[in-house]
Design a protein around this ligand. Structure first.
Ligand SMILES: Nc1ncnc2c1ncn2[C@@H]1O[C@H](COP(=O)(O)OP(=O)(O)OP(=O)(O)O)[C@@H](O)[C@H]1O
Ligand SMILES: [Mg+2]
Length: 268
């Protein structure tokens, strides 16, 4: 039997008035995979993530998280995932601890466990010492880690991160990825993120989906996408090819579906 996909999106479309933000996007993410959405500004990355985390409804199409339909059972879906939005999600007036405490409450972590869980999560993310300072005194890297703590306190199976490393210096970005790797090793969490950093996708991501104007233009491992363009090409070349309007025709056909299933079997 094939393992249940961590995420399955089928023909997702989303319209905002006359704007077609998503135009029939399908993909599958295997449990344990690190999967990135790439694409130019306005491509539909955040919209896709927001549908998957149940904060937006698709105009058509459907999506599942670990086999649970996001529209039919949003509460169950929310309990299985942690989400860090593109915009700031911490309250600067509260301490780091109180920011995480709030999420522990939202996710209904039993009272008896709450204090230990919040403390352990902050410590795992290197915020133990800063926990009782207002978040407004944190650096950018610390704020991103605090947001991760908020998203992880209920031990989700899927972590959804919208541009998690934007604005971080190279050291903070490395630190972020080290923590994600540690987390994957200890919990097997599946990671879905969006990013504009190609080196990061090349180095840390198993597969990338390239969106452009609400359509899926390419989906594969970074290496396979690069090879597809020819010798000596990098992911930035892939990005330029598929995100240009003259680019290669949209993919997403039978061949891609087969490749996804194969990866799903291998990873799951
Ligand atoms: N709430 C909304 N109301 C109207 N239009 C919206 C809304 N949210 C998104 N859009 C439009 O949908 C399209 C896709 O937006 P989305 O935020 O998903 O892009 P993105 O790929 O995340 O871009 P970026 O890299 O800039 O974050 C854009 O044209 C955007 O203007
Ligand atoms: Mg976005």
């Amino acid at each position: 039997m094939e393992a249940t996909a961590a995420v399955r999106a089928e023909g997702l479309a989303k319209e905002f008035g006359s704007v077609r933000a998503l135009d029939g996007v399908s993909f599958e993410i295997a449990p344990g995979e690190v999967f990135a959405l790439l694409g130019p500004n306005g491509a539909g990355k955040s919209t896709t993530l927001r549908i998957l985390v149940t904060l937006a409804l698709p105009t058509s199409g459907r999506a599942e998280v670990f086999g649970v339909d996001v529209q039919r059972n949003p509460t169950k879906v929310r309990s299985m995932l942690g989400y860090v939005p593109q915009a700031l999600s911490v309250d600067g007036a509260l301490t780091g601890r109180d920011n995480v405490w709030l999420f522990a409450g939202l996710y209904d972590i039993p009272w008896a466990e709450r204090e230990t869980r919040v403390r352990a999560t902050l410590e795992t993310l290197g915020l133990g010492e800063a926990a009782d300072r207002p978040a407004s005194t944190y650096s950018g890297g610390m704020i991103r880690r605090l947001e991760l703590a908020q998203a992880l306190v209920h031990r989700p199976r899927l972590l959804v991160l919208d541009e998690p490393t934007v604005g971080l210096d190279p050291i903070a970005r490395d630190d972020f990825w080290t923590r994600i790797e540690e987390l994957r090793e200890s919990t097997g969490v599946t990671v879905l993120l969006s990013t504009h950093y190609m080196e990061e996708a090349e180095e840390h991501v198993h597969r990338v989906a390239l969106l452009h104007r609400g359509r899926l233009r390419a989906l594969d491992t970074p290496v396979a996408l690069e090879r597809g363009l020819g010798a000596g090409k990098n992911l930035e070349d892939v990005f330029r090819t598929f995100a240009s309007d003259e680019g290669v025709p949209a993919s997403g056909g039978w061949k891609d579906v087969r490749a996804v299933r194969r990866t799903a079997r291998r990873v799951g």
